[in-house]
Design a protein around this ligand. Structure first.
Ligand code: ADP
Ligand code: ADP
Length: 229
């Protein structure tokens, strides 16, 4: 059974033309897939379908072997975690930001996920630790740190499959390297579908899906795709 399976999935927004055309690819459990393509190709729409935010207008979309239409929302939530591109940090403490997705998480669990994304420093930076204000007026976070905080928040729910929309901009070389390390750590024992804007993420993926005009124009490991073009 695959983690995610697109089987000739098509989709169009209401009152708009088709956006995805018979998209097919499979994401085996424990692997990393990078989704690339120009702006408007349909990458965000594709992620939104996996989240069941929209329903395909054609084809089958399965998560863990089950058609999404037959998968109750709470069971889907146990399978998937989603980290958006402009991950919001709430006005509040680090603790509040983390507990958003897992209100009953223990202090140990909070510290463990922060360590996974290499943000332990945030806790150590102030005497207030987890109760330091990270939202408005609090400890300032870089774009990369916000994204890693959002990843940590998602990890608390412990989903086997992670959907990740990489930030497109505002990452300096150090933030980028830190994000890449966090992704590597997180990917070690999970399944990842990443909308990839960075070459490193693309090259490191087990499989690259190239989307253009709502169609899959290439799929395979990096070496294979660079050979054939
Ligand atoms: P990106 O290339 O960064 O994904 P887009 O311009 O494609 O940015 O989309 C930005 C946001 O606006 C997305 O949430 C998308 O769903 C929404 N959006 C894009 N095009 C339309 C549209 N024609 N009508 C309504 N919402 C749209
Ligand atoms: P990408 O993430 O690759 O930039 P999107 O999935 O955001 O692409 O958009 C794919 C196409 O769907 C674009 O033509 C966009 O304008 C359109 N689109 C996105 N969101 C909406 C929406 N809510 N309503 C209508 N059209 C949309």
């Amino acid at each position: 059974v695959a983690a995610v399976e697109f089987d000739r999935v098509s989709f169009g927004y209401p009152n708009a033309g088709p956006v995805l055309h018979e998209v097919s690819f499979t994401i085996p459990y424990g692997t990393r897939t990078a989704l690339v393509g120009p702006s408007g190709a349909g990458k965000s729409t594709l992620l939104a379908l996996v989240e069941r935010f929209y329903e395909p207008t054609g084809g089958r979309l399965r998560v863990g072997g089950v058609d999404l239409r037959d998968l109750p929302r709470d069971r889907l939530r146990g399978q998937l975690g989603y980290v958006e591109q402009e991950a919001p940090v709430l006005a509040g403490t680090l603790r509040e930001n983390l507990l958003l997705t897992a209100p009953t998480a223990t202090e140990e669990q909070l510290l463990a996920v922060l360590a996974e994304v290499d943000l332990t420093r945030l806790v150590q930076r102030t005497p207030l630790g987890l109760d330091a204000q990270v939202g408005e007026g609090g400890v300032l976070l870089s774009g990369g740190e916000r994204q890693r905080l959002a990843i940590a928040r998602t990890l608390l729910a412990n989903p086997p499959i992670l959907l990740l929309d990489e930030p497109t901009s505002n990452l300096d070389a150090r933030s980028e390297a830190a994000l890449r390390r966090a992704i590597d750590t997180v990917a070690a024992d999970r399944t990842l579908l990443i909308v990839a804007h960075r070459l490193a993420t693309v090259v490191d993926a087990d499989q690259i899906v190239v989307l253009d005009g709502g169609r899959v124009v290439a799929v395979g490991p990096h070496a294979e795709l660079t050979q054939s073009s």
